[in-house]
Design a protein around this ligand. Sequence first.
Ligand code: SF4
Length: 492
Amino acid sequence: MATTPTDYLRQTHHEFLEASEGALASPSLQLILGKLGDTLGKRNRDAWEALPESDAIRQRARNIKDETLAHLAEHLETLEASVVARGGKVHWAADAAEARKIVVGLIQQRGATRVVKSKSMTSEEIHLNPALEAAGIETTETDLGEYIIQLAGHRPSHIVGPALHLSAQEVAEILSKPAGQRLPAEREILAAFARQALRQKFAEAEVGISGANFAIAETGSIVLVTNEGNGRLTCALPKCHIALMGMEKVIPKLADLPYFLKVLARGATGQKLSVYTQIITGPRRAGELDGPEEFHLVILDNGRSRILGSPLRESLFCIRCGACLNACPIYRSVGGHAYGGVYSGPIGAVLTPLYDGLAANHHLPHASSLCGACQAACPVKIQIPQMLVQLREELHHEPGQQSRWESLAYRLWAQSLRRPWLYRLGTWLAARTLGRWKRKSPWLTRLPGKLAGWTAKRDFPAPAAERFRDWWAQEGREEGHDEARSEGQHES
Ligand code: SF4
């Protein structure tokens, strides 16, 4: 089937490089991404500066994650017991297919056909919406950004701003279709239309599906952090609430939660606290005025147990705030869709190969300059650059992933480091050949052969015409002459 330049907005598992070309060629996307560092990125940085002892709080949140993962099975068992004690039910899903089957089965067993959803990256990870649609279940995303991209048939382009890639004009065009009239590109008017359209869906829905930012083992509660009221309506209005969480979302105690609320809001949007923090503990109890009659918690593994025992365990610390995306020069150039997976940006470049296979996503570990901006921005200080290097190393051992040229280059490099005379010869040759350009310009604008890929997008610094060792030796000789001369003068 022929592809269009914007197909990557919808498809997963495409080539990163090809999709990046499409993103770089889109003026409207470049305009949006160009502002990201001064909007969300600046808010993230300002929020840390304004928080006293922010470093200690981030470190505490990181330590809690680390300690929880060390005893994960124990905390998950406590969570299950607490959920059951409060009238809920827990379902365990080994992979995405099992999670989809559980959710679809729960809806069908209740004879339900209409579902509302609040924002959930885990539901994106298991590709839940296509499974619900295939089962004839009408599914409505109720987060404004998710609602817009559902209508457009796009995938989320940012962890906290799924419709970030769309301009106000594009949003107006998308919403004008269900509105049956041309809506102006005015924020209030567009939000008012979405609110009115969604209220009806809330009233009709039989099941509400949410994610969970955290799950508290001690109390059996799930925590939802949002800036829109849709999450509360999704969990409270329908008779049945199904929450879906990755198994790493558990935290041991209610007292641990404030650390995460502080760092999540600041990392996500630069707020001190998100507008709505819901702590949901089981279904409606006798005497309560609202809430669902049933509460189901689906706990997803989908490769997490495997990652837990690997050198990439730290990726399970991620609280999905999106701060690393806002800080990353690659994300800010190509946007989220280019990454191909559900998770984008620096953490997506780690998670997508882990969940969807390294060989199938072989460009992603290289989609980074390893500048470290992601790690500096991350509220739980995840060492993303180190994990990307680890994935690059693992990629080297994947069948069919070795580049002959790259292997040759590294072999030559290793040989020259072992033999000083070879290293000296190499630098001498580079200075004699490439160094000639230096006299004309400090930059090489076109490199030959395989190296042309570098200069297709940026210049390469020309090697110095004179090697450092030659300059040093020359300086030494001149100094020796000077000293000899001055000593001679002194003697005379
Ligand atoms: S890696 Fe860190 S900064 Fe990136 S989404 Fe996860 S928690 Fe946020």
